[in-house]
Design a protein around this ligand. Structure first.
Ligand code: AMP
Ligand code: MG
Length: 404
């Protein structure tokens, strides 16, 4: 029976190619200030030099190097302090034989070519005693010395983070071209899902909608809408027909297993979506395909199965399509704190808690797929290969770090 199960990698590849195929949206122009987490679609060339003007790298004195050439601990040079330049002031002009007191970041006056740090002086305000010689260029941050005009400062494909935003702000780049984020429609299914915040007996609240929408955003995509539909095939199809516009992925949960009233399978199976059994626990029933040309991925309904399936199949594909680095979670190896068993023929993804410092991982909750409370307390997944049926305490297992 297990021979009929599809290997995890096969369904991963199917979902990835489904999302990657022909769905590339045009890049969009966005204000740089709000672009954290986006991926550059085009290189940024610097419109300005950085720094924009020669400025002091130290608090000290702007001088002509020639005027302090003979200075030393035993041969101090005394210069008249003819000016004071705080940061933000305009640059003046330095007359030969004089010094200007200057602060870090302040413009170097014309005629000066070196800065003597305050530590090498007596800090004088009318006359300064300089105790060290400084070569031309010393402690001067030259105009364009960091970035020259036209420098290709950020390459296409760069993830925009704090340092990139700092550079764009410094250069006065107002807008950047970024890759479009995949737009995802999240659809929860099930007649038991209650709209009322206080469900009646037999009804439950929609956990998957909130969970998958957050997971979508975390994967670098946009959860455009979150919808719910009862176990009613015509209603489900009508909802899809009405909502597909501008959507790159429909992500459904529930209605894909072997019971009666499997709304997703019954609705989409005859319409070209392929439903498969993957050799994985939790998350055996899965579906993927196109509806009206739009990629659809169908996850099982149990919240644990749903989120684990998302981690395994959808997150890597969304991140890849979004152009993000690290499409998969960091995998570490850690020693089990207690023995576990695993079903033969299925790759098991157990919830766990990782102690990176100790190099250990503790199984967190039972293997069953209904334990949302345990899922919420876990921070990693134990990845037990399909052919392993038991792992002893102290033995190493591969662990997906869900915080990374
Ligand atoms: P299904 O795959 O539709 O048979 O659902 C399997 C289990 O997951 C059932 O116990 C459902 O009530 C539950 N379930 C399905 N969808 C959701 C959801 N959106 N939120 C919470 N539980 C759900
Ligand atoms: Mg259902």
């Amino acid at each position: 029976m297990t021979a009929a199960l599809l290997p995890v990698a096969d369904h991963q590849a199917r979902v990835l190619s489904l999302l990657a195929d022909g769905s590339a949206r045009a890049p969009e122009s966005v204000p740089a200030a709000g672009a954290a987490g986006r991926v550059l679609a085009a290189a940024v060339a610097s419109p300005e030099p950085l720094p924009a003007f020669d400025n002091s790298a130290m608090d000290g004195y702007a001088v002509r190097a020639a005027d302090v050439a003979g200075a030393g601990a035993d041969s101090p040079v005394r210069l008249t302090v003819a000016g004071e330049i705080p940061a933000g002031a305009a640059a003046g002009t330095l007359a030969p034989g004089t010094a200007h007191r200057i602060m870090t970041g302040a413009p170097v006056p014309a005629g000066a070519d070196a800065i003597v740090e305050v530590e090498q002086t007596d800090g004088g305000t009318d006359v300064v005693t300089v105790r060290a010689a400084r070569e031309a260029g010393s402690f001067v941050r030259a105009r364009g010395g960091d970035v020259a005009v036209g420098d290709p400062v950020l390459a296409a494909g760069t993830l925009v983070g704090p340092a990139q935003l700092g550079l764009l702000a410094a250069l006065g780049v107002p807008e950047i071209e970024v890759r479009a984020r995949p737009r995802v429609l999240v659809v929860s299914t099930g007649s038991e899902l209650a709209a009322d915040p206080r469900p009646e007996l037999g009804q439950i609240r929609d956990a998957n909608g909130a969970m998958l929408a957050a997971a979508v955003e975390d994967a670098g995509a946009v959860a455009v809408r979150r919808l719910w539909v009862a176990d009613d095939v015509p209603a489900f199809l009508a909802l899809l027909d009405a909502e597909l516009d501008g959507i790159d992925l429909v992500l459904t949960s529930g209605g894909v297993s072997a019971g009666a009233y499997e709304v997703v399978k019954d609705g989409l199976g005859p319409r070209g979506i392929e439903f498969v059994k993957v050799a994985m626990q939790p998350g055996m029933p899965q579906g993927a395909g196109r509806y009206d040309g739009v990629p659809v991925v169908c996850l099982p309904g149990n919240p644990v199965s749903s989120l684990v399936s998302f981690e395994v199949f959808v997150r890597p594909a969304l991140r890849a399509v979004a152009g993000l680095p690290r499409t998969t979670r960091p995998v570490v190896h850690a020693a089990l704190t207690e023995a576990i068993e695993s079903v033969p023929g299925k790759r098991q993804l157990r919830r766990g808690r990782l102690d990176r410092a100790a190099g250990t991982v503790r199984p967190w909750g039972p293997p069953g797929s209904g334990f949302l409370g345990w899922l919420a307390g876990a921070d990693c997944l134990l990845d037990i290969p399909a052919d392993v049926t038991a792992v002893g305490a102290g033995e190493p297992v591969a662990v997906w770090d869900l915080t990374g």
